[in-house]
Ligand binder design. Structure first.
Ligand SMILES: [Zn+2]
Length: 297
């Protein structure tokens, strides 16, 4: 599932590929994908992509009216995309001119430029969470409006992080992936950050000392920056493989920790599972799986 580093790479990729191209048509190929009604997708016709921005895990393509339109001045439209857990963007150099037929396949949305290039948004699996919004202002998207600070921004300082943790009696794993507190980190990179920081995912946010906040801050910015650099220059199609190979503990239960050689373990957390290294993060003691012990009682 794409998180900040992958979405940042997709934004950079689209800044090169899509900028300057004129939109031929945009079509939703699955009922639930498009979350907004006005303006409808035909409003994109003839507009030019000028930029692609990232807000947390959201992509935002900026489309302005073509210069020679001769129409009264209109503001930019933002095509905002949330790939959710199983969504992905596939660039295509040669898309068919006719719109996609809605069906049961993975195709959720298609944007085609007048030169035939464009991209498909696909989503694997049965849970459909891929979301597309067409808005005049990205803040009209509730998920964007609610985002906390971006950890890649200069304003994300040690002091800022200390403020986010202070007084919060919740487990740090949950804090890190809460988009309203910090934007862009999900299940995978929260595991990676906590492994890099050598901290238990169950540690309470309110219990962090000044030194621990500094260590966590370094782990957040270092892990994300490294991941963005690794995927820089990769085509959209190669990003998923790169993400998997770059992860040290996430999705690697049963494999040796690349730092100490102990076996990476897994424990249930919220609606999914987290992975961690006992030697690096919890003083060698495996975390109790609460869901499991509840079931056994
Ligand atoms: Zn380890």
């Amino acid at each position: 599932m794409p998180e900040l580093p992958e979405v940042e790479s997709l934004a950079r990729f689209l800044r090169q590929r899509a900028a300057g191209r004129v939109i031929d048509r945009a079509d939703s190929a699955a009922i639930s994908v498009l979350k907004t009604y006005r303006p409808d997708l035909t409003a994109l016709r003839g507009r030019v992509i000028t930029d692609t921005q990232r807000h947390g895990k959201f992509l935002d393509l900026v489309a302005v009216p073509a210069a020679d339109g001769g129409q009264p001045a209109e503001g930019p439209l933002h095509l905002v995309i949330h790939l959710a857990r199983a969504g992905w963007l596939r660039w295509r150099d040669n898309l068919p001119a006719e719109p996609p037929r809605p069906g049961k396949g993975p195709l959720g949305f298609r944007l085609r430029f007048t030169d035939g290039a464009g991209f498909d948004l696909t989503e694997a699996g049965t849970k459909k969470r891929l979301a597309v919004y067409l808005v005049a202002d990205p803040a009209e998207v509730p998920g964007v409006a609610a985002l906390g600070p971006d950890p890649m921004a200069d304003s994300f300082t040690v002091e800022a992080l200390a403020g986010m943790l202070s007084g919060r009696r919740t487990q740090i794993k949950g804090v890190l992936r809460d988009q309203k507190i910090i934007a862009g980190i999900g299940n995978a990179y929260s595991d990676e950050v906590l492994h890099a920081a050598r901290m238990s995912p169950f540690k309470l946010a309110s219990s962090f000392t000044e030194d621990e906040v500094r260590e966590l801050h370094a782990a957040i910015t270092g892990t994300l920056r490294e991941a963005v650099e690794r995927s820089a220059g990769l085509a959209a199609g190669d990003l998923k493989a790169e993400k998997k190979s770059g992860l040290r503990v996430h999705g690697r239960a049963g494999e040796p920790c690349p730092v100490c050689g102990d076996t990476v373990r897994e424990v249930s957390f919220a609606d999914s599972a987290l992975q961690y290294c006992p030697t690096c993060q919890t003083g060698g003691k495996p975390l109790a799986d609460r869901r499991m012990s509840r079931l056994l009682r």
